[in-house]
Design a protein around this ligand. Sequence first.
Ligand code: ZN
Length: 157
Amino acid sequence: MSDRVAADRGVVVACGNCGKKNRIPFRRMRETATCGNCGTAGEALGAPIDVADPQGFDQLIAESPLPVLVDFWAEGCGPCRMVAPEIAKVAAQEKSSIVVAKVNTEQLPALSARFSVQSIPMMAVFASGREAARTMGARPAPGIVQFVREAVAKSTV
Ligand code: ZN
């Protein structure tokens, strides 16, 4: 697991200074949080968030103040490895407008089954708590951003 994990009641962020895990509620994901141990500022956004369990996933989708791009992936999937750095770029560049989450389909098979994930990498956009669009296969960061923007625009019509 990475330094950002979507779990029950929020994103658990490992402090960049002392390593303490601080929880940022999903509804407050855009805000900077102060480490409870050392006072260093930390944030939930800016890098992909690993989904720990279905409960954390459901809360993230329901409570996120921003559209959520979810990357369904697995170890040993070549195209998933290709798209991972692109997904990370999107998370860094678009942190004010897109939440980026990752679901390991081997660790979370029930979640993958619920969304009928058959081919990976699969990227899905969730807006206002619902799936707005999905796409299969890898693409560069600008293409991913465009996919998210179009999905969100359609979902709000
Ligand atoms: Zn700290």
